[in-house]
Design a binder for this molecule. Sequence first.
Ligand code: ACO
Length: 441
Amino acid sequence: MAEHAELTYEGKKFTLPVIIGTEGEKAIDISMLREETGLITLDAGFANTGSCISTITFMDGEKGVLRYRGIPVEQLAEYSLFIETTYLLINGVLPTRKQLTDFSILLNDNSLIHEDMQSFFQSFPRASHPMGILSSMVTALRSFYPELKVETAEEINLTVTRLLSKIRTLAAMSYKISRGHKVVYPRPDLSYCANFLNMMFDSPVKPYQIDDDLVKALNVFWILHADHEQNCSSSTVRMVGSGRVNLYAAISAGIAALWGPLHGGANQAVVEMLTRINRKDGGNVKKAVERAKDKKDSFRLMGFGHRVYKTYDPRAKIMKMTCDNILEKLHTSDPLLDIAKKLEDVALKDDYFLEHNLYPNIDFYSGIMLRALGIPTNMFTVMFAIGRLPGWIAQWKESADDPKWKLSRPRQIYNGPILTDYIPIDERKKQHTDSRHKTHR
Ligand code: ACO
């Protein structure tokens, strides 16, 4: 008999199949559990729940391994370009030279934004967070560029290319408009990353000088963010997509999920934390470490810890190296990088962090790199979103193509009041409200 697990419940034995992945990962298939036993499984935060079988990204949190379609992220960061990695994630294989050229042409052809969309930006209050704006604008894209019939592969490809190309124009446009500056249009002679930097920073009074090292750093940044299997935002894209919603809406939901400080918003939170340590605590990193350990204090060391990695995040290693290289190349230093390194040093020698397997994650150094590129802090998570877009699309596409596609619909254990009669309003006494709901950290 194939590998299986046995469950004994109420004196009966049930056999559950074990699924084994190509890297030896194992899962108990519980899809028939409720039908056969009346039981469901309960797993807060889905920490032990596999939601799909996927061929896109492999990670080993214990060993610090990350591979896209089997290729180590270290190799992609060194040799690939972001659009090549994007092609790999979405199509499953590295492109030939011709395929890559065709893909670049398509991205260029679709890089403009409908002019009417510019007026949307003007209507957001000045203090709006760029992630909220981006999420709304991506949903709005659907009204300007509706899919005709989602069934054909060609139309899906067009929507995918539009999203990949326009997201970077939208992000740069929102930055320019927020500063009250004239929008810079994409240029056909520039690569994906160079084009983005130019749209962000070119100005009629100060033409932007494209620097190949900065372009390379941005390529690396986006490659490192391109996918991370079933994280919070990718699972959101799959879940929202499972209702067969259009791709724009699914991606918009992913952007909203990424915004949170425990997920993609951590890159902004890290820089804010390091700035506070620098300005308010005079660079005292020990104080931050002590606060992070104090269970009475809701403070956490941002950029530390990860649901899957129980060792150093392989992306953080590359990001730290890229920060060093870029700052050296720019002949500059950043006090926040020095504080980050000191903080890492102290935390990694601390028993609490060792016992809890808390190591720097990608966000610990990524904000410092973005600062070096000139990206404003409130745009950091938008930069993450542009990078994660290929992953979201690949995850959406894989679930959409799955012949066993199912509407995502978890169950629950109900623990509320049992059957209770409705009381007319005049007969109600002052109700005792349940105070068990605690505020989040
Ligand atoms: N600082 C201090 N303590 C921490 C931290 C931290 N950054 N992260 C986890 N812990 C502690 C918790 O207090 C808890 O301690 P306890 O068991 O003694 O009560 C234990 O480690 C486990 O924490 P959980 O929150 O249960 O772990 P989970 O796997 O759910 O959390 C998460 C992962 C959310 C990333 C967490 O480590 C965290 O909040 N980190 C800071 C935010 C951050 O950097 N997020 C970016 C993650 S990467 C990404 O999404 C791109």
